[in-house]
Write a protein that binds this ligand. Structure first.
Ligand code: 7PJ
Length: 278
Protein backbone atom coordinates (compact mmCIF):
# COMPACT_ATOMS: atom_id res chain seq x y z
CA UNK A 1 0.00 0.00 0.00
CA UNK A 2 2.07 2.96 -1.29
CA UNK A 3 0.90 6.51 -1.89
CA UNK A 4 2.65 9.21 -3.90
CA UNK A 5 2.81 12.45 -1.90
CA UNK A 6 4.49 14.79 -4.36
CA UNK A 7 8.22 14.03 -4.16
CA UNK A 8 7.78 11.52 -1.33
CA UNK A 9 6.41 8.01 -1.18
CA UNK A 10 4.29 7.00 1.81
CA UNK A 11 4.61 3.28 2.44
CA UNK A 12 1.68 2.09 4.53
CA UNK A 13 2.67 -1.57 4.61
CA UNK A 14 3.70 -0.63 8.15
CA UNK A 15 1.82 1.94 10.29
CA UNK A 16 2.99 5.53 10.21
CA UNK A 17 2.88 8.49 12.59
CA UNK A 18 1.50 11.88 11.63
CA UNK A 19 2.87 14.53 13.99
CA UNK A 20 0.64 17.51 14.74
CA UNK A 21 2.00 21.00 14.15
CA UNK A 22 -0.60 23.57 15.13
CA UNK A 23 0.00 27.07 13.86
CA UNK A 24 -3.11 28.32 15.63
CA UNK A 25 -2.96 30.52 18.72
CA UNK A 26 -5.96 28.69 20.27
CA UNK A 27 -5.79 24.92 19.66
CA UNK A 28 -7.10 22.90 22.55
CA UNK A 29 -3.94 21.15 23.62
CA UNK A 30 -0.95 23.09 22.33
CA UNK A 31 -2.48 26.28 20.97
CA UNK A 32 -0.16 29.25 21.14
CA UNK A 33 2.92 27.07 21.71
CA UNK A 34 4.51 28.54 18.59
CA UNK A 35 3.54 32.14 19.37
CA UNK A 36 5.76 34.85 20.76
CA UNK A 37 4.16 38.20 21.59
CA UNK A 38 1.23 37.37 19.33
CA UNK A 39 3.41 36.43 16.34
CA UNK A 40 3.90 32.99 14.86
CA UNK A 41 7.52 31.98 15.53
CA UNK A 42 8.63 30.14 12.37
CA UNK A 43 11.90 29.08 13.95
CA UNK A 44 10.04 27.34 16.78
CA UNK A 45 7.74 25.67 14.22
CA UNK A 46 10.70 24.33 12.27
CA UNK A 47 12.35 23.07 15.48
CA UNK A 48 9.15 21.28 16.46
CA UNK A 49 8.85 19.68 13.01
CA UNK A 50 12.51 18.66 13.14
CA UNK A 51 12.01 17.09 16.55
CA UNK A 52 8.93 15.13 15.43
CA UNK A 53 10.79 13.89 12.35
CA UNK A 54 13.76 12.72 14.45
CA UNK A 55 11.33 10.95 16.80
CA UNK A 56 9.80 8.94 13.98
CA UNK A 57 7.02 10.97 12.31
CA UNK A 58 6.56 10.18 8.61
CA UNK A 59 4.13 13.07 8.12
CA UNK A 60 3.93 16.53 9.68
CA UNK A 61 0.36 17.85 9.74
CA UNK A 62 0.29 21.63 9.53
CA UNK A 63 -2.99 23.23 10.56
CA UNK A 64 -4.03 26.87 10.62
CA UNK A 65 -7.66 26.54 11.69
CA UNK A 66 -8.62 25.45 15.17
CA UNK A 67 -11.46 22.93 14.90
CA UNK A 68 -11.89 22.36 18.61
CA UNK A 69 -15.49 22.76 19.74
CA UNK A 70 -16.39 26.46 19.94
CA UNK A 71 -13.19 27.73 18.29
CA UNK A 72 -13.20 31.16 16.66
CA UNK A 73 -13.45 31.11 12.86
CA UNK A 74 -10.34 32.07 10.92
CA UNK A 75 -10.28 34.14 7.74
CA UNK A 76 -8.80 32.81 4.51
CA UNK A 77 -5.95 35.30 4.66
CA UNK A 78 -5.13 34.39 8.25
CA UNK A 79 -5.09 30.70 7.41
CA UNK A 80 -2.91 31.26 4.34
CA UNK A 81 -0.51 33.43 6.33
CA UNK A 82 -0.14 30.83 9.05
CA UNK A 83 0.09 27.70 6.96
CA UNK A 84 1.90 28.52 3.73
CA UNK A 85 4.94 30.09 5.34
CA UNK A 86 5.41 27.13 7.67
CA UNK A 87 4.96 24.60 4.85
CA UNK A 88 7.54 26.44 2.75
CA UNK A 89 10.08 26.53 5.55
CA UNK A 90 9.68 22.85 6.45
CA UNK A 91 9.70 21.72 2.81
CA UNK A 92 12.93 23.62 2.14
CA UNK A 93 14.76 22.13 5.11
CA UNK A 94 13.34 18.73 6.07
CA UNK A 95 12.89 15.51 4.14
CA UNK A 96 9.39 14.70 5.35
CA UNK A 97 5.86 14.51 3.99
CA UNK A 98 3.93 17.65 4.88
CA UNK A 99 0.19 17.41 5.27
CA UNK A 100 -2.07 20.44 5.28
CA UNK A 101 -5.05 20.33 7.64
CA UNK A 102 -7.54 22.53 5.79
CA UNK A 103 -10.95 22.61 4.14
CA UNK A 104 -10.24 25.58 1.90
CA UNK A 105 -9.31 25.01 -1.75
CA UNK A 106 -7.14 28.15 -1.80
CA UNK A 107 -5.09 26.85 1.14
CA UNK A 108 -4.81 23.38 -0.43
CA UNK A 109 -3.43 24.90 -3.65
CA UNK A 110 -1.04 27.34 -1.98
CA UNK A 111 0.23 24.69 0.44
CA UNK A 112 0.80 22.17 -2.37
CA UNK A 113 2.69 24.86 -4.29
CA UNK A 114 4.79 25.46 -1.16
CA UNK A 115 5.63 21.74 -0.88
CA UNK A 116 2.77 19.98 0.93
CA UNK A 117 2.26 16.39 -0.22
CA UNK A 118 -0.93 15.36 1.60
CA UNK A 119 -4.34 16.94 2.17
CA UNK A 120 -6.12 16.39 5.48
CA UNK A 121 -9.66 17.72 5.34
CA UNK A 122 -11.90 17.37 8.40
CA UNK A 123 -14.78 18.41 6.11
CA UNK A 124 -14.05 15.68 3.55
CA UNK A 125 -13.88 18.05 0.54
CA UNK A 126 -17.39 19.37 1.15
CA UNK A 127 -16.58 23.07 1.02
CA UNK A 128 -17.11 24.72 -2.38
CA UNK A 129 -14.22 24.15 -4.76
CA UNK A 130 -12.40 21.67 -2.47
CA UNK A 131 -13.13 18.60 -4.62
CA UNK A 132 -11.92 20.36 -7.76
CA UNK A 133 -8.73 21.54 -6.03
CA UNK A 134 -8.00 18.11 -4.57
CA UNK A 135 -8.60 16.51 -7.96
CA UNK A 136 -6.13 18.84 -9.72
CA UNK A 137 -3.46 18.54 -7.04
CA UNK A 138 -3.14 14.75 -7.39
CA UNK A 139 -2.16 14.27 -3.74
CA UNK A 140 -3.47 11.77 -1.21
CA UNK A 141 -6.48 13.07 0.70
CA UNK A 142 -7.75 12.16 4.14
CA UNK A 143 -11.55 12.30 4.28
CA UNK A 144 -12.77 12.65 7.84
CA UNK A 145 -16.29 12.09 9.14
CA UNK A 146 -17.88 14.82 11.21
CA UNK A 147 -21.41 15.64 12.32
CA UNK A 148 -22.17 19.37 12.54
CA UNK A 149 -19.68 22.22 12.63
CA UNK A 150 -17.05 22.89 15.32
CA UNK A 151 -19.26 25.59 16.85
CA UNK A 152 -22.10 23.15 17.62
CA UNK A 153 -20.93 19.60 16.94
CA UNK A 154 -20.60 18.45 20.56
CA UNK A 155 -23.96 19.88 21.69
CA UNK A 156 -26.17 16.91 20.98
CA UNK A 157 -24.61 14.42 18.58
CA UNK A 158 -27.14 11.81 17.53
CA UNK A 159 -27.10 8.75 15.29
CA UNK A 160 -29.33 5.74 14.83
CA UNK A 161 -26.31 3.49 14.21
CA UNK A 162 -23.11 5.46 14.32
CA UNK A 163 -20.99 2.69 12.76
CA UNK A 164 -23.33 2.24 9.79
CA UNK A 165 -23.70 5.98 9.27
CA UNK A 166 -19.96 6.53 9.27
CA UNK A 167 -19.45 3.56 6.93
CA UNK A 168 -22.13 4.92 4.55
CA UNK A 169 -20.48 8.33 4.70
CA UNK A 170 -17.17 6.71 3.67
CA UNK A 171 -18.79 4.92 0.71
CA UNK A 172 -20.63 8.09 -0.37
CA UNK A 173 -17.46 10.19 -0.09
CA UNK A 174 -15.47 7.68 -2.13
CA UNK A 175 -18.20 7.78 -4.81
CA UNK A 176 -18.25 11.57 -4.81
CA UNK A 177 -14.49 11.65 -5.29
CA UNK A 178 -14.67 9.07 -8.04
CA UNK A 179 -17.15 11.34 -9.84
CA UNK A 180 -14.38 13.94 -9.97
CA UNK A 181 -11.77 11.48 -11.17
CA UNK A 182 -10.17 10.96 -7.75
CA UNK A 183 -9.45 7.26 -7.45
CA UNK A 184 -9.99 5.44 -4.14
CA UNK A 185 -6.28 4.65 -4.20
CA UNK A 186 -5.60 8.26 -3.26
CA UNK A 187 -8.00 8.27 -0.31
CA UNK A 188 -7.48 7.78 3.41
CA UNK A 189 -10.50 7.45 5.71
CA UNK A 190 -10.92 8.77 9.26
CA UNK A 191 -13.97 8.27 11.55
CA UNK A 192 -13.31 11.66 13.17
CA UNK A 193 -13.03 11.08 16.92
CA UNK A 194 -14.29 14.13 18.81
CA UNK A 195 -16.18 15.55 15.84
CA UNK A 196 -19.88 15.34 16.68
CA UNK A 197 -19.83 12.14 18.75
CA UNK A 198 -20.55 11.08 22.31
CA UNK A 199 -18.17 8.76 24.16
CA UNK A 200 -20.60 5.91 23.51
CA UNK A 201 -20.25 6.68 19.80
CA UNK A 202 -16.46 6.84 20.11
CA UNK A 203 -16.34 3.37 21.66
CA UNK A 204 -18.67 1.97 19.00
CA UNK A 205 -16.48 3.49 16.27
CA UNK A 206 -13.36 1.99 17.82
CA UNK A 207 -15.07 -1.41 17.68
CA UNK A 208 -16.02 -0.82 14.05
CA UNK A 209 -12.47 0.05 12.89
CA UNK A 210 -11.87 -3.41 11.35
CA UNK A 211 -15.03 -2.99 9.24
CA UNK A 212 -13.85 0.42 8.08
CA UNK A 213 -10.42 -1.01 7.24
CA UNK A 214 -12.17 -3.64 5.08
CA UNK A 215 -13.44 -0.86 2.80
CA UNK A 216 -9.94 -0.94 1.33
CA UNK A 217 -8.57 2.57 1.96
CA UNK A 218 -5.97 3.15 4.68
CA UNK A 219 -7.43 4.34 7.99
CA UNK A 220 -6.18 7.37 9.89
CA UNK A 221 -7.21 8.01 13.48
CA UNK A 222 -6.77 11.07 15.67
CA UNK A 223 -7.24 10.25 19.35
CA UNK A 224 -4.26 12.05 20.84
CA UNK A 225 -5.07 13.93 24.07
CA UNK A 226 -8.73 14.29 23.02
CA UNK A 227 -11.38 15.16 25.57
CA UNK A 228 -12.96 11.71 25.22
CA UNK A 229 -9.81 10.39 26.95
CA UNK A 230 -10.26 13.06 29.59
CA UNK A 231 -13.86 11.99 30.22
CA UNK A 232 -13.46 8.22 29.90
CA UNK A 233 -10.38 8.06 32.14
CA UNK A 234 -10.95 11.14 34.28
CA UNK A 235 -7.76 12.86 33.16
CA UNK A 236 -6.73 16.47 32.73
CA UNK A 237 -5.12 17.49 29.46
CA UNK A 238 -1.60 17.11 30.83
CA UNK A 239 -2.31 13.53 31.94
CA UNK A 240 -3.70 12.05 28.76
CA UNK A 241 -0.57 10.50 27.25
CA UNK A 242 -1.03 6.97 28.68
CA UNK A 243 -4.66 6.95 27.52
CA UNK A 244 -3.65 8.26 24.10
CA UNK A 245 -1.09 5.47 23.76
CA UNK A 246 -3.55 2.80 24.92
CA UNK A 247 -6.21 3.91 22.44
CA UNK A 248 -3.52 4.24 19.76
CA UNK A 249 -2.39 0.65 20.21
CA UNK A 250 -5.99 -0.59 20.10
CA UNK A 251 -6.51 1.39 16.87
CA UNK A 252 -3.40 -0.20 15.31
CA UNK A 253 -4.60 -3.67 16.27
CA UNK A 254 -7.93 -2.91 14.62
CA UNK A 255 -6.42 -1.80 11.34
CA UNK A 256 -5.41 1.88 11.61
CA UNK A 257 -2.45 2.73 9.38
CA UNK A 258 -1.78 6.34 10.39
CA UNK A 259 -1.89 7.73 13.94
CA UNK A 260 -2.26 11.51 14.15
CA UNK A 261 -0.57 12.48 17.41
CA UNK A 262 1.08 15.18 19.51
CA UNK A 263 3.55 12.86 21.27
CA UNK A 264 5.61 11.29 18.51
CA UNK A 265 8.43 9.63 20.49
CA UNK A 266 6.05 7.81 22.83
CA UNK A 267 3.80 6.81 19.92
CA UNK A 268 6.80 5.39 18.09
CA UNK A 269 7.16 2.93 20.99
CA UNK A 270 3.61 1.62 20.63
CA UNK A 271 4.07 1.31 16.86
CA UNK A 272 7.16 -0.80 17.59
CA UNK A 273 5.27 -2.88 20.17
CA UNK A 274 2.54 -3.43 17.59
CA UNK A 275 5.04 -4.46 14.92
CA UNK A 276 6.88 -6.82 17.27
CA UNK A 277 3.67 -8.57 18.24
CA UNK A 278 1.37 -8.54 15.23
C1 7PJ B 1 -8.34 15.47 13.62
C2 7PJ B 1 -7.86 16.17 12.53
C3 7PJ B 1 -8.65 14.08 13.48
C4 7PJ B 1 -7.96 14.30 11.18
C5 7PJ B 1 -8.04 17.50 14.22
C6 7PJ B 1 -7.30 17.74 17.50
C7 7PJ B 1 -8.39 18.49 16.80
N1 7PJ B 1 -7.68 15.60 11.30
N2 7PJ B 1 -7.70 17.46 12.91
N3 7PJ B 1 -8.44 13.56 12.23
N4 7PJ B 1 -8.42 16.31 14.69
N5 7PJ B 1 -7.80 13.70 10.00
O1 7PJ B 1 -6.16 17.68 17.07
O2 7PJ B 1 -7.61 17.21 18.57
O3 7PJ B 1 -9.10 13.38 14.39
S1 7PJ B 1 -7.99 18.96 15.14
Amino acid sequence: MKLYCGRHLLDLTSPKIMGILNTTPDSFSDGGALYEQGCLNTHAALKKAEQMLSEGAAIIDVGGESTRPGAAPVSLQQELDRVVRIVEIIAARLDVIISVDTSRPEVMRAAAEAGAGFINDVRALQWPGALEAACQLELPICLMHKQGEPSDMQINPSYRHVDREVRDFFYDSIQRCRGYGISAQRLILDPGFGFGKTDEHHLQLLKALPQFADIGCPLLVGLSRKSMIGRLLGRELSQRLPGSLGFGLVALQRGAKILRVHDVAATQDIVKVYELTC
